[in-house]
Design a protein around this ligand. Structure first.
Ligand code: P6P
Length: 338
């Protein structure tokens, strides 16, 4: 009987967000509507990604995006779908996409109070080999949509009102925080609904996994090199396992659920690391902190960073509290000896 109750009492993402909204009588419902449009984009991309191999959507679109990477058709498609969904929600005023060099200022007639920064298809170089990829997004709110500037999205990540990702893998999983707690929803394709499957996610305080691209080891700075050395040759316990997928959404999803630490350090080639502040570092740091973990840039708390421009990069170390704390001590020691 209990199982039946579970099956008929479906906690969909829509219902969950409406429940949250009802806790704030003053709320206008704008956030609920915005989220519904983000979810629409995720469902579309999920469907397209699942058919990609068949619909010969894989392969190059011929163009290159502003990152100078060869743009794949899926990137173009996903970006267009999210931009159109967000503009048509009438709840956004500024959009920043990994695929577009300039920010999009929404037509004043269609504006709302939210700014959305997103990577429509992060890890897209992995599409052809079937590795999980994902959409990453962060949401800021402005006071007056008619009085906006680029500064409204050059804000520290701690000012975000929400952040999340949708992972397109063996299942389609959307992980979201609207500021209090982190929840995971899995798409039931037969219903076309995201169902609550991971309520109130908490990251373990310490993990057994470290996640970094060891191929960059020769370029790492001392604290990172020392930390990874400790992971491999610990003096106080068993070595950690290395798990690195090379698709941020997949690496972070595992870190969130299993614990451990994810590192994308600076190196001599990329003094600011590789990952983008607004739509990779901030949303993932926001989620990790709301789940009880830490996110650090090598100098400061990641969410305190103020991006210089919309495609700014930053090193990032994030995951279980105790693991990140150990790495922070090595950076502090380096600073003290400097
Ligand atoms: P590397 C994918 O291209 C991406 O932007 C992230 O999804 C991923 O974490 C990172 O780059 C992987 O970078 O240099 O290890 O291949």
């Amino acid at each position: 009987h209990e199982a039946d109750a579970m099956r008929t009492d479906l906690m969909t993402l829509t219902r969950y967000v409406l429940n949250e909204q009802s806790k704030h009588p003053e709320s206008t419902g704008d956030y609920t509507i915005l989220l519904a449009h983000i979810v629409l984009g995720c469902k579309f991309v999920c469907s397209a990604v699942n058919k990609a191999g068949l619909a010969s959507l894989v392969g190059l679109a011929g163009d290159t995006n502003i990152q100078g990477e060869e743009q794949k058709k899926m990137d173009v498609l996903s970006n267009e779908v999210f931009v159109k969904a967000l503009v048509s929600s009438h709840r956004t005023c500024i959009l920043v996409s990994e695929e577009d060099e300039e920010a999009t200022f929404v037509d004043p007639a269609l504006r709302g109070r939210y700014c959305v920064v997103f990577d429509p298809l992060d890890g897209s170089s992995n599409i052809d080999c079937g590795v999980s990829i994902g959409t990453i997004f962060g949401i800021y709110m402005v006071d007056d949509p008619n009085n906006i500037s680029l500064n409204d999205v050059l804000q520290p990540g701690k000012n975000m009102v929400a952040a999340g990702y949708c992972m397109y893998g063996s299942s389609c999983t959307l992980v979201l925080s609207s500021g209090n707690g982190v929840n995971g929803f899995t798409l039931d394709p037969s219903l076309g609904e995201f169902i609550l499957t991971h309520p109130d996610i908490k990251i373990p305080p310490k993990g057994k996994i470290y996640s970094v691209n060891e191929g960059n080891a020769k370029n790492w700075d001392n604290p990172t090199a020392k930390y990874v050395e400790k992971c491999k040759y610990p003096t106080d316990g068993p070595p950690k396992s290395l798990r690195y997928i090379g698709s941020m959404v997949a690496d972070i999803h595992r870190t969130l659920l299993y614990g451990g630490i994810f590192l994308y350090p600076a190196d001599q080639k990329n003094p600011n690391g590789k990952l983008r502040v607004l739509y990779e570092v901030f949303p993932m740091s926001f989620l990790i902190e709301k789940a009880g973990g830490q996110a650090f840039t090598g100098k400061i708390r990641a969410l305190d960073l103020i991006p210089e421009h919309i495609h700014a990069r930053s090193p990032v170390f994030l995951g279980s509290c105790d693991d990140v704390e150990e790495l922070k001590e090595l950076y502090a020691a380096e600073k003290a000896n400097a």
